[in-house]
Design a protein around this ligand. Structure first.
Ligand code: ADP
Length: 400
């Protein structure tokens, strides 16, 4: 850490099923500067650790052989802290911010973690069985390593709690909504980060009608008006909406009933199919990675990319309709920020909304890729969920 940043730092943890991502921010006055980030991948198999400085240069890397692998998230955190401690140079960790996928209906903002909050978050495990237990394991591991240090949970669902009943409900008898069967939406920390950054760079964008396309391995889109979520493509789970790397996206529920009743498939097999064997990977038969699919150029690869683009385009139109128009379309996350060919496929046919790409700017992944003079701006912005979590954590400790 630089000498002026010696005294205080924030740690951000993002615990997934087999990974623990982290970022360290120096607290400088009321501002934050990212110093390090990295992750432990393949926890439970053949863990791989890497640590990068703020410029993205790799400063530590380790592949663990069988037998010396750190155990679970707790072991991963020990390795991470072992590498970070000398770099922190005596800085005090003021707080730890955690990404937590599900905050349920009630938690519409970040919260300080207490025993009562942990009980609430455990009760939400059935709503996000693939993610929530790992998020909570990260919190428990951090609590053991840093007793007494404030821990703050930031939720992927929270940003969407501004949606109307019409947007958040399913057309089921209301008792199902009352028992929590509703559209929660996800990727909220990414949308909040993008909305805040756009507002900071241009007040008009803060008031604007935005459709943000977060297209990564997980993919969703969100209609944002005046900085607030009005509608989003993911619903009760992170399976709904557009196709993803390996997830199917929206499916007629009758397909699932048919698989259960007529094809006699087990629910666990259907879950595996829909979460891990569908989407770009399932349709292309090649990979979940757009780069590999584009390089393959097979008929199935083309069909997968066309379907992905068709569904994203359709959702852009639907989300624009949900907020009465669109002032800016924003692409973010791995595919959104980098895959110019996919953006070209998506935007072809959106001319009726006033959306046209500037081909040169698009190929160069420029921040502004729409045609000059068009009524709708088309933007690329890098998302940073860890920075959003750090901002929330700082705001919370400053308010205590
Ligand atoms: P995650 O949801 O895991 O955070 P990312 O936002 O990192 O995912 O997106 C990862 C995906 O982005 C990759 O699987 C790949 O499809 C796509 N991607 C990343 N870089 C490029 C690139 N340069 N060109 C095309 N696609 C890319």
């Amino acid at each position: 850490m630089s000498p002026e940043a010696k005294t205080a730092a924030l740690l951000v943890l993002n615990a997934g099923s087999s990974s623990l991502k982290f970022a360290v921010f120096a607290v400088e006055g009321r501002g934050l500067t990212q110093r390090y980030d990295g992750q432990m991948e393949s926890i439970g198999a053949a863990p791989h650790f890497n640590l990068r400085d703020a410029a993205g240069a790799r400063i530590a890397e380790r592949q663990f052989a069988a037998g010396e692998a750190p155990k679970g998230h707790e072991g991963a955190l020990s390795v991470i802290l072992g590498a970070l401690t000398p770099l922190l140079d005596g800085a005090t960790i003021r707080a730890i911010g955690h990404r937590v996928v599900h905050g349920g209906r009630d938690l519409s903002a970040p919260v300080m973690i207490t025993d009562a909050i942990m009980a609430k978050l455990r009760a939400l495990v059935p709503l996000a069985p693939l993610h929530q237990p790992h998020n909570l394991a990260g919190i428990e591991a951090a609590a053991r390593h840093f007793p007494g240090v404030p821990q703050i949970a930031c939720f992927d669902t929270a940003f969407h709690r501004t949606q109307s009943y019409a947007a958040a409900s399913f057309a089921l008898p209301p008792r199902f909504f009352d028992q929590g069967i509703l559209r929660y939406g996800f990727h909220g920390l990414s949308y909040e980060y993008i909305a805040r950054r756009l507002e900071a760079e241009d007040a008009a964008l803060g008031r604007a009608r935005l459709v943000v396309a977060h297209l990564g391995n997980g993919a969703s889109l969100c209609a944002i008006e005046g900085g607030q979520s009005r509608a989003t493509t993911m619903g009760f789970t992170a399976l709904d909406g557009v196709p993803m790397g390996t997830r199917s996206g929206q499916l007629d529920p009758g397909v699932v009933l048919h698989m259960l009743d007529s094809l006699q498939m087990k629910s666990a097999d259907i879950a595996h199919l829909l979460y891990h064997e569908s989407g770009l990977k399932g349709m292309s038969g090649i990979s979940q990675d757009v780069r590999a699919i584009e390089a393959a150029g097979t008929e199935a690869a083309e069909a997968a990319l066309d379907h992905f683009a068709f569904r994203v385009r359709r959702e852009i139109g639907a989300l624009a309709a949900s907020i009465g128009g669109i002032d800016a379309l924003v692409f973010t996350a791995g595919i959104g920020e980098n895959a110019h060919g996919v953006r070209t496929r998506i935007c072809a046919g959106l001319g009726f909304l006033g959306i046209h790409l500037d081909p040169e700017a698009n190929v160069a992944n420029c921040p502004e890729i729409g045609r000059t003079g068009d009524p709708v701006r088309v933007l690329i912005r890098h998302t940073d969920e860890e920075a959003m979590i750090a901002e929330h954590a700082l705001a919370m400790i400053n308010s205590c």
